[in-house]
Design a protein around this ligand. Structure first.
Ligand SMILES: Cc1cc2nc3c(=O)[nH]c(=O)nc-3n(C[C@H](O)[C@H](O)[C@H](O)COP(=O)(O)OP(=O)(O)OC[C@H]3O[C@@H](n4cnc5c(N)ncnc54)[C@H](O)[C@@H]3O)c2cc1C
Length: 373
């Protein structure tokens, strides 16, 4: 019987995996099916731009899959039966069977972090939320962006540049841009001063209310709009199905990206903890896409009876946009620790734009070059 390869999630990791596997399995009778809740590829790394009012490219998945032989099923995954090798869906065909499964369902906002965030805060984790925030920002007066990591920094800068009349506050529990070099952090502060974003470091948030934030030190920070950008969380589907996961519900995978508990299942992208494959496995498309390509190769290897090669997860930089004309590119070691080298200003903004465009190009043409090839 033909082998059935099923990939769950058509983000950076899953789309790359499905296309690479199909390419490697051309000429065999294996079938590759990609399941995704929408029929569009979402450039998640641009969702702060979407919320700020910019128009993003429309990327239908059928167009990106054209000529690959990958079958697209547009449906939400509701459960996995690992014993019966069946994926349960919320719409027709309601279930799909598999012989090899690739789990790439990504991540969402961590809205359980403090009380009130789920009720009152906006997020940037999915396209629908970014669109909801976009209309809110046209009438907002004061926006509190919570989170001093990459997403919070990019959001605060983008919103202030697009809506200069807005009062934008960036609130973080630790220093802004923690983990970046001193040079990179200095540039962040310069950019926020230039734009007029107020930065509140070492200011942990205790609760989100309808009119703003309650801080841990007892003060209040009024805001008519709160954007929660303090970390991502993985859905509990893998854990609920019995797959081995870490404390954040990310699937634990070995050096070849196969589940530690169920070797017929691969885990990639934000949804997987790939420390065994080297690197810190930070949630990023920078590592998600190569993981997808490497999983595509490994899946094909498994189906055709070849030995699986260990994956290599490596970081190169942290690329942070500060609006459309400024940015910080922090070059890193493979383990994501910062080097002294930093690119700033227009050069960094151009570099980031080129990387994002290059990422979509690589998704259109996922082989034969690139990791795993
Ligand atoms: C505003 C913002 C800016 C960012 N900037 C950067 C950056 O500059 N550089 C960087 O490297 N990373 C950045 N990231 C992080 C990056 O976007 C993620 O790490 C990346 O998207 C992970 O890829 P993935 O394929 O694992 O998951 P995703 O891209 O999230 O894809 C998951 C896919 O699964 C689908 N899905 C989810 N649940 C279900 C379900 N139950 N059923 C069916 N389908 C489902 C989703 O619709 C989606 O298509 C940013 C993220 C955000 C939000």
């Amino acid at each position: 019987m033909a082998e059935r390869v099923v990939v769950l999630g058509a983000g950076y990791a899953g789309l790359a995996a499905a296309k690479r596997a199909a390419r490697r399995l051309r000429g065999t009778d294996a079938r590759v099916t990609l399941v995704n809740v929408s029929d569009r590829f979402v450039e998640r790394v641009r969702l702060h731009q979407l919320a700020a009012g910019q128009v993003l490219a429309d990327l239908p998945l059928r167009g990106l899959l054209d000529g690959t032989g990958v079958e697209l099923v547009v449906a939400g995954v509701t459960g996995l039966d690992l014993g019966a090798r069946v994926v349960r869906l919320d719409t027709v065909p309601y279930e799909v069977g598999y012989d090899v499964l690739v789990y790439a369902l990504g991540s969402g906002a961590d809205l359980d972090a403090v009380p009130g965030a789920a009720e009152h805060a906006f997020t940037l984790a999915v396209a629908g939320e970014a669109v909801r925030l976009r209309s809110r920002l046209t009438e907002a007066r004061t926006v509190a962006v919570v989170g001093g990591g990459l997403t919070g920094i990019e959001a605060a800068a983008e919103f202030k540049e697009a809506h200069p009349q807005l009062e934008v506050r960036l609130i973080c529990a630790g220093p802004v841009g923690d983990g970046l070099s001193a040079t990179a952090r200095r540039h962040l502060h310069r950019a926020f001063r230039r734009l007029g974003v107020t930065v509140h470091e070492h200011t942990p948030v205790a609760e989100v209310g309808p009119d703003g934030l309650f801080l841990e030190d007892g003060r209040e920070a009024p805001a008519d709009t709160v954007v929660w950008a303090a970390g991502f969380r993985v859905a509990g589907l893998a854990a609920a199905s019995g797959l081995a996961v870490d404390g954040q519900d990310r699937m634990l995978v070995d050096a070849t990206l196969r589940s530690l508990s169920h070797p017929g299942v691969f885990g990639i992208g934000d949804a997987a903890n790939a420390q065994a494959a080297g690197g810190r496995s930070r949630m990023s498309c920078q590592t998600g896409l190569p993981m997808g390509l490497q999983a595509g190769d490994a899946v094909a290897g498994l189906v055709t009876g070849r030995d699986l090669r260990p994956a290599r997860i490596r970081h190169l930089w942290q690329n942070i946009s500060l609006g459309r004309r400024d940015g910080v590119t922090q070059f890193t070691r493979a383990d994501d620790s910062p080097l002294g080298a930093v690119l700033t200003g227009w050069a960094s903004a151009r570099h980031k734009e080129a990387v994002i465009r290059g990422t979509v190009w690589r998704l259109r043409h996922p082989g034969p070059c690139g990791p795993g090839a």
